[in-house]
Design a protein. Sequence first.
Lengths: 574, 72
Amino acid sequence: MKNIEKLGEVISTDVLVIGGGISGMCAAMKAKESQVDVKVIDKGAVGWAGHVPIAGGAIIDVPPGQEDEWFNFAVRNGGYLNNQDWTYAFAENIHRNLTELFSWGFPFVTIKGEIAILSRLKDYATTQFAPAKSMIKLKSAAKARGVGILDKIFMVDLLQQDGKVVGAIGFSLLDGKTYIFHSKAVIIASSSCRYQRAKLFAAISGEGPAMAYRAGAQLMNDEFHNNYGYELKATGTFHRHAMYLFFENALGERIIEKYYPEVAASKERGKEIQDFWQIADAMYREVQAGRGPIYLDLTKLTPEEREIATTKRFVELDYGALPPPIYCMRAFQVLREKAGIDPDKDKIEVQPMFTVGQGPLRIDLNCKTTLDGLWAVGDAASLGSGWTGARASGTHPGWSIAFAIVSGFRGGQSAGEHAATADKVEIDYERAKQIKKRIFAPLGRQGDMRANDIIYQVHEAIVPMKYNFYREAGRLKEAIGIVDKARQSLVRVGAKDAHELMRYHQAESMVLSAEWDLRSALMREESRGTHYREDFPYRDDKNWLKWLVIKEEKGLPRLWTENVPIEKYRLKPK
Amino acid sequence: MAIENIDQELCNGCGICVGLCPEDVLRISEETGKAVIRYPEDCVACWACESFCPVECITVTKERAMELPTPY
């Protein structure tokens, strides 16, 4: 294998974790329990990068004794398309996993020394934590266990031999050096593809699912990748509070009452719904009817409404020297400071936000993908696991991070156990050389387009609600045409350094993801969960209680369906 | 405008901003050891750098460097 060193720096390990966010770090901690070498790579700096420091705050819990009740909610909410084994496994494990995470120093809000469990929301319990330094704490715990950490390295492709995944190849963003990791197990923990759309999720461009797809892994449920919420237009921020109750059209009429009176009524119970796509729908329909733009108006609330608007949804957390989350707690402060808008005096324009959902890597109960030697945890596989059925977990706050933890634990344990007894398989020099050539092809190439131009084109296909929310066969084909053009344009993009090379690969990952999203949406001829087809507006259990699977074949995505094994499951649709 | 400035006097070179920028916009200068804006065209104005900077030396406006298609 000594020729491999000609291609770049070779780093040997037992378990390679791609992505140092919460799912990757939990996986690393658990893998280490098998007394194997574990290395975590991140394209940013572990401890600071990813979603959790800027977007975290809530994690749902299923307290002991409440598993069945939560499970029933989750399966109904998932339109019965869930992998119910995964849904139940989540319910059985989340509480004990949170307890263990707490023992590692993760900064939960506590009551009398125990994790505080809050049951403010209708159907599930929530815990809270102080996000800003939470990953630094997890990083310390991981380093204390001997987990190795490498920052600012961007991974692009997997390496395979004898039908197994034997490592991965990428490069340093700082000096462009090639890195080849040689391992017995690879865990993809690099989140899904969120198209770098919402500021909150800007780090996420989809390399994990893309590299697994190119290696032959199966994807599943990608028609539910779409997820729309809302944002304050001037700043791109939002908060998960019942502010949507006060959305008005240009005529000053409250819009939620018009389309979703049950949601508006929920203010009476002091509870909130969490289905933000309903808010997006109401906004869009008003604007299409010529009554836009939509505003959040807090200037003339009744005393009862003012109480709802200002009730502290979160317990006061001690953020220490670091600021509270920008996207929930500081949304109004940012609005004042950056956009000169005062919520006490001004109306605030709002619009739908394409937040996107979790990722489609298909995994079993141990987080194994369909490729030998490859695991996937967290957002990369949340949709593909089937645990939330016909919706992405991001449609509810605190769910995705909870899955990141449970799957991180399970996948890390499974990969660690595998690595403890598996033999290492050599990397084939010629194959690695070919993959490296593919990865570096844009470097030094003269391009007449930039990666951002491709990314813009992808957004043109998947952001407009007429394509990706109100789905319909003709418009979906139009959108697929836009993505096809974006894919063909990739060859016109060059890169002059490591950063631009990363941007190229991010654009390529987004093109792939958009293809899967739209082709899956075209194939599912019914409506279920967050997948709505104007031309097939009803749920069709007779023909569509199926999972839609994707795999690369001869360079193109092949799609097929598999029956949901509903006879085996606890809950069946009526 | 997105990210506008990193005050080179105030910057203490801690590197937190370089590590957490989701778009890899920033670098630590080899000459000065301070944080510099290297790829401003990719800034999304998420304010992570500005919020987390321990000496508050970074300013970011509200506009992303690149405008994007709207959902309507």
